[in-house]
Design a protein around this ligand. Sequence first.
Ligand code: CAA
Length: 379
Amino acid sequence: MNFEYTEEQIMAQQSARDLAQKEFIKDVIERDAKAIFPKNHVQTLAELGFMGMQVAPEWDGTGMDTISYVLAIEEISKIDSSLGVIMSVNNSLVCWPIENYGTDEQKEKYLKPLARGDKLGAFLLSEPEAGSDATKQRTTAVEDGDHYIINGTKNWITNGGTADTYVVIAHTHPEQGHRGINAFVMDSKLEGISVGPHEDKMGMRSSDTHSVMFTDVKVPKENRLGDDGMGFKIAMKTLEGGRLGIAAQALGLASGAYEFALKYAQERKAFGTEIINHQDVAFKLADMATEIEQMRLLALHAAWLKDQGKSYGTASAMAKLACAEKAMKITTDAVQIHGGYGYVKEYHVERLMRDAKLTQIYEGTSEIQKIVISRAIRG
Ligand code: CAA
C-alpha cells in the first residue's frame, strides 16, 4: 500500500485549494444568501480542466485519476460545497455514463463539450414518486419509429436549470420492471422540456435545483445510452461514482469546518486562555481530526479501487455513508466551538453545517447506502 500522493495528485489538490481559498471564498457568503449560481467560478474550473477531470484526453478531458478527483472536490468543498456538487454531477453523473456507455457519435457531440466545460450536464433520475425507490420510474419513453416520445416529471435535479445536456432515465417497457428502463442523453432545450421554479433550499444554496417536465419530447433513437433495457443498470453504475464524489464533498465540508474551528480555538480567549487549552474544546478537535482521517481513508480507498479497475460500489457506499454522517457531526461541533459566532454567516461554519445535511440525503440517503452495503455483506 502506498500512502503517498503522486505529483499529479498534489497538483490537482493544490490548485483546487488555491482557487477555493483565494477566489471562491470571496463571494461564497453572498452567493449562499442570495442563492446565486456561480457561473464565473464554473468557468474557471472548466479552464483548469476540473469539469472533465477523469474523461480521457481523446474526448477533451483531463484524464486524471479518481484520487486526484477526490482531493480536488475535498478542497473546493471546504469553502464552497455547492461548487463541489456542480463539479461532481458534471464529472460523475453525466460525463461518466456517456464515456462508458455512449457511442463515438454521442461522445463527439455531447461528451467533448461537457468535458471541456463549455457545456454543463445534469442527471435526471429522481421523480416526485420515485426517489429512493428508483425502479418505480413513471417517466415514459415510448418507441415511435426512429424516435422515443418522453413524458413525465423529474425532481430535485442538480444543475436542472442551468444544464445544457441531460442524462435522462425513463421507462420504455413498464411491464418488464427495471429491465424495461432506458437512459438517454439529450439537449436540455428540446421542444417539450420545461424547467420548474428554483428550489429554495436550506443548504447548497448556490447550486441550482429544479424539477424538469417532459411533454411529448421527441428524442432520436440514436440518443439512447447502451442497449435497450440497460438504463437502470447504467443509473446504478453511474451512482457508484457519484456517491464517491459526494463522499469527497462531505469530507471537504468536515475538513473545512475543522480548519475554521481549529483557527478560532487558537485565537479566541475565555477564562484567561485560548479556548483550545480547555479540554472539552481540545478533545472535540481531536475527535474531529481523527474522524476526518477515517473519512479520507474510506474515500481514497474507494477511489483507489476504481482506479485499479476493481469493483468499488460497496466501498463507495461505505465512504458516502460514513463521510455524510461524520460531516453532519463535525460541522455541528465546529459551530459549537465557535459559540455565538458560529451561528452567524460571517464565520462560514453555519453554512457548512447546513450544506452537510444534504450529503445525508442526495445520491442515495444514508439509509439507501446501508441497503447497498448490507446486501453486499450478505452476499
Ligand atoms: N450496478 C449494476 N447493477 C445494479 C447495481 C449496481 N450498482 N445495483 C443494482 N443493480 C441491478 C440489480 O442487479 C438488478 O438487476 P437484475 O434483476 O437484472 O439482477 C437491478 O439493478 C435492480 O436491483 P435491486 O433489485 O437491488 O433494486 P431495488 O429496487 O431493490 O433498489 C437500490 C436498489 C440500491 C435501493 C436503488 O433503488 C437505489 O440506489 N436507490 C436510490 C437512488 C438514488 O440514489 N437516487 C439519487 C438520484 S441522483 C440525485 O441525488 C440528484 C442529483 O442531481 C445529485
